[in-house]
Design a protein around this ligand. Structure first.
Ligand code: OKP
Ligand code: ZN
Length: 366
């Protein structure tokens, strides 16, 4: 059975980004989720609402933060929580303003360790790597709600493999926003603040120590954050298909294979901008074969719909019906592996709902 998870608090985060020299509403907007929800409702798809903010879950919340802190630095998490208030108190912005970095940290030859500046204004650039990750008053609440969906979704799936009679949920689609795959645990960027895939992997491991976990990242953009977090980890295989030389520009090459014990457990498939669905499927088959050979007991899919042909941030030739084929291909290959599907990007709001439905149709056809 496939379950779709949603938290209305994820809609609270609504930020701005630069286009040329103008600030515009960010393409990663609440409208994306509203469009998906509308399509799911019209097709009478069940959507399960989970609220991270609902009272009476002190213990669950403590566990969530424990798991998040396995892959995210404490100072960074405190910054996400506090920086907006700090900027307001310092008179830098009004309550409805956005925290945006001015100066990013850079590698130097001084030999001094890079430290977070105490000044909250300066600190914004220490904990971010681009300007697509502003923070407004309710961002933190949405970020936690998004992360909580990955956490709860993994928990639902844990029951599945421990004891087949315990649960018949074998797939969870978590409607996460903000997305996660660009966050490396100490920096926000590319609309991402907490790496939802990393936190799902930690959650799985809490009940299945030593598990082999597969991550398939099919957002148009390379998941530099997920790659970074698991780069030295032999137990987590990260496989990504993404636009070559596209955002985030500095990662995603074929020769990034992992390091130390993790060597071989990182596989990148950069694909030329403008690639057809045939070229895409060829890479997908290869990616899936690697995952199958790895024998994961848990699969995380970082799913972006910015591979869609008319996406403003993606440039592959993929159409609505292709998502059914993609989903079916994944599911067929890794049929018995419980799967957590995390929403990442996808910015053509008018087609997002149909694309999600197409993906689900393909997935469920197997
Ligand atoms: C995030 B995800 C537009 C700049 C956009 C950021 C792209 C983030 C993609 N002013 N740059 O992987 O879909
Ligand atoms: Zn993307």
């Amino acid at each position: 059975m496939l379950v779709v998870l949603f938290d209305p608090d994820t809609l609270l985060h609504q930020t701005v980004e630069l286009l040329g020299s103008k600030l515009i509403p960010a393409l990663e907007s609440p409208k994306r989720l509203e469009a998906i929800l509308k399509s799911l409702r019209i097709s009478e798809h069940d959507v399960c609402t989970i609220r991270a903010s609902s009272g009476d879950r002190g213990e669950g919340k403590a566990r969530l933060f424990r798991v998040i802190s396995e892959s995210h630095h404490n100072g960074y998490l405190e910054h996400l929580r506090d920086v907006h208030d700090e900027w307001v108190s310092a008179g830098l912005i009004e309550q409805d303003g956005h925290v945006m970095p001015e100066c990013f940290w850079l590698p130097t030859s001084t030999g001094k360790p890079m430290r977070p500046p105490r000044d909250p204004f300066a600190r914004a650039g220490y904990y971010a790597f681009d300007m697509s990750s502003g923070i407004m008053s309710e961002s933190y609440q949405a970020i936690i709600a998004s992360a909580n969906l990955a956490y709860e979704g993994t928990d639902m799936l844990s029951g599945f493999s421990v004891n087949a009679s315990g649960s018949d949920v074998d797939t969870v689609l978590a409607l996460c926003r903000p997305p996660g795959h660009h966050c490396d645990g100490r920096r926000a960027g590319g609309y991402c603040y907490i790496n939802n895939a990393a936190l799902a992997a930690s959650t799985w491991r809490a009940s299945h120590s030593d598990a082999q976990i597969g991550i398939l990242d099919i957002d148009f953009h390379h998941g530099n954050g997920t790659q970074e977090i698991f780069y030295a980890d032999p137990k987590v295989l990260y496989v990504s298909i993404h636009g070559e030389d596209e955002f985030p520009y500095y990662t995603g090459a074929e020769d990034e294979c992992g390091i130390g014990a993790g060597e071989g457990a990182n596989i990148n498939f950069p694909l030329k901008v403008g690639s057809s669905v045939e070229e895409y499927m060829e890479k997908l088959e290869q990616a899936l074969q690697h995952l199958l050979d790895f024998k994961p007991e848990f699969l995380i899919v970082s799913l972006g719909f910015d591979t869609y042909h008319s996406d403003p941030l993606g440039h592959f030739q993929i159409h609505t019906e292709d998502y059914a084929t993609i989903a079916e291909t994944i599911r067929r290959k890794l049929k018995d592996v419980p799967a957590l599907i995390l929403l990442e990007g996808g910015y053509v709001i008018e087609h997002l709902g149909a694309n999600v439905l197409s993906f689900l149709k393909g997935w469920k056809s197997v």
